[in-house]
Design a protein around this ligand. Structure first.
Ligand code: SF4
Length: 83
């Protein structure tokens, strides 16, 4: 059976991504505050990703990262400069 790609889905929305999402939450919580993207900015970044054609199965097809991980660090930006 072929894998179904979910466009506009983040890890926390994929049934198979829940465990990974918990890892992302832990990773983000452990980042020093000066490195961690603030909550409001983090959510804004993920809204951009959900609307982006490069998102597939919670992964950015431009950089290969899970977007929730990429968005978690303040000084890492979208490869297409959307955030
Ligand atoms: S990181 Fe940028 S290019 Fe990648 S899915 Fe998000 S908005 Fe799109």
């Amino acid at each position: 059976m072929s894998e179904v790609k979910c466009r506009r889905c983040l890890l926390n929305e994929l049934a198979q991504g829940r465990e990974l999402y918990e890892s992302v939450r832990a990773y983000r919580a452990e980042l020093p505050p000066e490195e961690r993207t603030e909550d409001r900015e983090f959510e804004a970044r993920l809204r951009e990703c959900r609307e982006c054609g490069y998102l597939a199965n919670a992964t950015c097809m431009q950089c290969g990262c899970f977007v929730e991980i990429r968005a978690a660090k303040r000084d890492i930006h979208c490869p297409m400069l959307k955030w």
